[in-house]
Design a protein around this ligand. Sequence first.
Ligand code: NAI
Length: 344
Amino acid sequence: MRKICFYDTKPYDKVYFDLYKDKFGFDINYFETKLNSNTAIMSKGYEAVVAFVNDDIDAKTIDILYENGVKIIAMRCAGYNNIDFKATYNKIHVVRVPAYSPYSVAEHAMALLLTLNRKIHRAYNRTKEHNFSLNGLIGFDLHGKTIGVIGTGKIGRIFIDICKGFGMNVIAYDPYPAKDADFPYVSLDELCKEADIISLHCPLTKETQYIIDKNRINQMKPGVIIINTSRGALIHSEDLLNAIKEEKIGGAGLDVYEEESEFFYEDLSTSIIQDDVLSGLISMPNVIVTSHQAFLTKEALNNIAEITLQNLQDYFDDKPLVNEICYQCTKQNKCNKNEHKRCF
Ligand code: NAI
């Protein structure tokens, strides 16, 4: 049996990967620690490493993995902004799960919007205390409102369909518009000016980092609601907090936070959180923070486990790596994968 090691394991990861490991014939050693330059040493003796969104896969970590004989990193997620791809190139293959359930994330984005708008989080707490007052719980009809969707890939398109079901007007921004779109594309400036609600569904890249900052917020309608289920650093968090304090923004539903790796996925209920921006955001009545859980459905976890192990089996069977990614992949026709079925 081939041995693989697994970083940042949570109980639910183990449940779903254990369901599939025998089918693929892998022996999985589950580590609870995150992967970074201090913990990469634990990979000695393994050819394959399974990693996740908040692992720190920088050049130093990659050097240690490479010296340890690791041949492939299997990301059990879609995003890959936490990897230094120049350092992995020609050394360690990187595969990922490009889609496991776009519905899970799109539905969570709508859950955040509905909860925020109709103040369900506050009503839940009130009725638990037998406080049946309605003061301060007024929302607005989503029907007829304009939603601006930034990024119209797999998740963005499903979110748009959900919004249409609510009778909302959809406008979208994406530098690579879909040819079969049944909604209008507008410029980012126009989207910011026109939308009552803005939802982010683009990847984190150099171009999209802080795509929402104080300048963009100043373009937006007063009282706009912002939903982010993509990556924390798409939003300048301090600018967001200031705009919420100044009551420019009506609400924010955040499944991701730019400094989340220190906090998310851990029970810190008895710790003092040292991040004043995160504490400030969480303390606001019109902000909901969930800890990067948009993907967390049974369907998604099944798909993540099966596709991750299939990616690894394809590597060991010398098959094409359909889900491989490298820094050349994003440049059209520049990647070896187009001809040789692997990035290198
Ligand atoms: P996708 O690759 O199908 O779509 C991304 C879209 O963003 C593409 O249409 C692309 O053209 C567009 N885009 C690229 N640069 C842009 C820019 N500068 N401005 C606007 N749009 C831009 O990706 P998918 O599957 O829809 O996922 C979107 C993001 O959701 C992922 O990158 C990931 O960060 C996040 N995600 C979050 C999860 C969670 O649990 N919270 C789970 C899965 C994904």
